[in-house]
Design a protein around this ligand. Structure first.
Ligand code: NDP
Length: 291
C-alpha cells in the first residue's frame, strides 16, 4: 500500500524548513494539520487550506502520519516525550537534524512506544523543497519509507539507506563535512588573491567551474580506496602532492595557512610512514587513524 493525496498528515514545527515542507504537502493536496510552538506561523498555510492545531497533541491525534521538523534533538524529545501514548500505533517521520546517535535513540524510544519510525536528513534549503535538486535521505523503517514514498517525494528526491535509523544522519553529516571543507578551501583561495586586488566575486567565477570539474576525481579516488591498493599506476603520488609552494605563496600573501596546513599534515603523515610514492588517495588513511 502506498500513501496518496488522501493521506492525513500532521507537521510539527513551522520554522523556515517545516513551513516549506507543510507548504509542499498542502499544495500537493494532502489534508495537512500544522502546529507550531509560537503562534502566527500557521496563518499562511491555513489560508491555503491547512488546519491549525492548538497543541502538538491535537496535531498528533488528527491523523496517522506525523512529521517532526523542530530545531534539534532536545526540542523533539521535549515535544514528543509527553505524547508517546498518542503516537503509539501511528507513524513518525522526523526530519529534524540530529546526530546518528540521537537518531538511534529516537528510534529506540519509538520502538518501545509502538511508533513506526523513519529518520530523515534534509539536503536542501527551504527554497529548494519541492524543486529539482532537493534531496532527502532516510533510514529506519523500510515499511514507512515505501508506504509514504509518494508523499516524501513531494519534497525532493528520497533515498533510503537501511533499517539503522542513524544512517541517514551519518550520510547527511558526512556530506556536510565535505561541503564545509570545500567552502573553507574556496575562502582560502579568495583570501589568497584578495591582496592582488581580486574580488571574492571574481574569484568565485573561476573557482566554481574549477571545483565542479575536479569532482570527477571523486570516483577515481573511490575506486582506489575501495580497491585498497594505493600503488596502482597512474596516480599522483603523495610526494608530488607536497603543498609547500601553496603554503609559501599563502604566507607571502600575509594570510593564514591553517586550511592548507591541515591537508599538508595528512599528506606528511603518510610520507613519514614510508608511503611517499603511493597515490594521493592514501591521505584517507591519515583520517581513518587519527595522529
Ligand atoms: P527554524 O529555526 O526556522 O525553526 C525551528 C523550529 O523549531 C520552529 O518551529 C521552532 O518553534 C521550533 N522549536 C524550537 N525549539 C522548540 C521547542 N523547544 N519546542 C517546540 N518547538 C521548538 O529552523 P528550520 O526550520 O530552518 O530548521 C528545522 C530543522 O530542519 C533543523 O533541525 C534544521 O537543522 C533542519 N534543516 C534546515 C535547513 C535549512 O536550510 N533551514 C536545511 C536542512 C535541515 P518557534 O517558532 O516557536 O520558535
Amino acid at each position: 500500500m502506498t500513501s496518496d493525496d488522501t493521506t492525513q498528515v500532521s507537521v510539527l514545527g513551522l520554522g523556515a524548513m517545516g513551513s516549506a515542507l507543510a507548504d509542499a504537502l498542502v499544495k500537493a493536496g494532502y489534508a495537512t494539520t500544522v502546529w507550531n510552538r509560537s503562534p502566527g506561523k500557521a496563518d499562511g498555510l491555513v489560508a491555503q487550506g491547512a488546519k491549525a492545531a492548538a497543541t502538538p497533541g491535537d496535531a498528533v491525534r488528527s491523523g496517522p502520519l506525523v512529521i517532526a521538523c523542530l530545531l534539534d534533538h532536545a526540542s523533539v524529545r521535549e515535544v514528543l516525550d509527553p505524547l508517546s501514548g498518542d503516537l503509539a500505533g501511528r507513524t513518525l517521520v522526523n526530519v529534524t537534524t540530529t546526530s546518528p546517535a540521537q537518531s538511534r535513540e529516537l528510534a529506540a524510544w519509538a520502538a518501545r512506544a509502538g511508533i513506526a519510525y523513519l529518520d530523515g536528513g534534509i539536503m536542501a534549503v527551504p527554497e529548494m523543497i519541492g524543486r529539482p535538486g532537493a534531496s532527502i535521505l532516510y533510514s529506519g523503517s523500510a515499511d514507512v519509507f515505501h508506504q509514504h514514498k509518494p508523499l516524501l517525494d513531494r519534497w525532493g528526491a528520497s533515498t533510503y539507506f537501511g533499517e539503522d535509523a542513524g544512517l541517514a544522519s551519518l550520510y547527511d553529516l558526512a556530506l556536510l563535512a565535505g561541503m564545509y571543507v570545500m567552502f573553507a578551501g574556496f575562502m582560502h583561495g579568495a583570501a589568497m588573491v584578495a591582496p592582488a586586488g581580486v574580488t571574492a566575486s571574481e574569484f568565485a567565477a573561476k573557482a566554481a567551474p574549477w571545483l565542479t570539474a575536479m569532482t570527477s576525481a571523486f570516483q577515481e579516488y573511490a575506486e582506489v580506496i575501495d580497491g585498497g591498493d594505493y600503488t596502482v599506476a597512474g596516480q599522483q603520488s603523495l610526494r608530488f602532492s607536497n603543498l609547500g609552494d601553496l603554503l609559501a605563496a599563502s604566507s607571502d600573501q600575509g594570510i593564514s595557512t591553517e586550511v592548507v596546513d591541515m591537508v599538508q599534515r595528512l599528506i606528511q603523515r603518510q610520507i613519514d610512514a614510508g608511503h611517499g610514492e603511493e597515490g594521493f588517495a592514501r591521505i584517507i588513511e591519515s583520517i581513518r587513524q587519527p595522529g
